[in-house]
Design a protein around this ligand. Structure first.
Ligand code: KMH
Ligand code: ZN
Length: 278
């Protein structure tokens, strides 16, 4: 079977440092985490940033520090969040794209998010996509609900996006589609031709969704952004969550993709290609 791309989302915007001692919320901690998850089998790191007190920030300077720390610690594909945190302006969310990460997320529609609303109107999506196109950043389409696939198709008709793309199916957010095998299979059935996909199961469903994706030939996202626990009552380290998925995949006959193998699968240029052309 095809190699498994494991994305790790080690921080997110919702978990507080007082909830777990393992949240890598500073650039230095993100650098250490990049090394550890790479060794454990991850090929993509999904990045959010925090201030030193743990509050959310989407400042370009903080993202630059984090980006440098990650790149000093290996060859992971770096994917910035453009979702940020609830309440951030579209301009704040888009600003970090000037750092030209290889990838960035694009959530393909608004969704209830617990008691709040994660707002991704068409004007917001267009703002983010135009910046991604301007800076040569590859989107990863975040799908929290089935209608988000239709929204992505509309953006493609507007020529802001072309298919196939890499898609992350985010299942189990309170307010979004539930994390069930039938929901996952249904979304996969409705993706545009040729798309690659991963699943991010939220909370307790993270492991079940990962195992299902491994069996289906898809890819997997894990990390403390989506799930704090390794097992009931036992807090997880990011690298443990990655390592467990890698072990299960090996048992199922799938090796984990190195970052360069993941780049090939996703159609991203290899880092050396750019350097050679300069
Ligand atoms: N923190 C959520 C509101 C993304 O990174 O693109 C949005 C989020 C999605 O985490
Ligand atoms: Zn995120």
């Amino acid at each position: 079977m095809n190699p498994l791309i494991i994305t790790c989302a080690p921080v997110g915007a919702e978990v507080r440092p007082d909830q777990t001692p393992y949240l890598p919320y500073t650039p230095a901690l993100l650098g250490e985490t990049a090394r550890a998850i790479r060794e454990a089998g991850a090929s993509i790191i999904h990045v959010h940033c925090r201030n030193d007190d743990g509050t959310n920030t989407h400042s370009v300077e903080r993202f630059r520090e984090a980006y440098d720390a990650i790149r000093e610690n290996g060859d992971l594909i770096v994917q910035f969040s453009t979702g940020g945190a609830i309440g951030m302006t579209p301009q704040e969310r888009a600003g970090v794209l000037e750092l030209r990460p290889e990838m960035a997320t694009l959530t393909c529609g608004s969704v209830n998010f617990g008691e709040e609303i994660f707002e991704n109107s068409f004007p917001i999506m267009r703002t983010l996509l135009k910046k991604m196109n301007e800076f040569g950043v590859r989107p990863e389409l975040e799908i929290f609900d089935k209608g988000h696939i239709a929204n992505a198709r509309k953006l493609a008709r507007e020529r802001l996006l072309s298919f196939p793309q890499h898609v992350d199916l985010v299942l189990g957010v309170p307010g979004g589609l539930e994390a069930t095998v039938s929901n996952l299979a249904d979304l996969v059935d409705h993706l545009p031709e040729g798309c690659t996909w991963s699943v991010a199961g939220i909370g307790r469903q993270q492991l079940a969704m990962a195992m299902t994706a491994i069996a289906m030939g898809g890819h997997v996202r894990v990390g403390l952004e989506d799930n704090l626990h390794y097992s009931r009552g036992r807090l997880a380290r990011n690298e443990e969550l990655v390592a467990r998925v890698a072990r299960i995949a090996a048992e199922a006959g799938r090796s984990v993709a190195t970052p360069d193998q993941a780049r090939k699968i996703l159609g991203l240029p290899l880092p050396d290609a750019g350097r050679a052309a300069v």
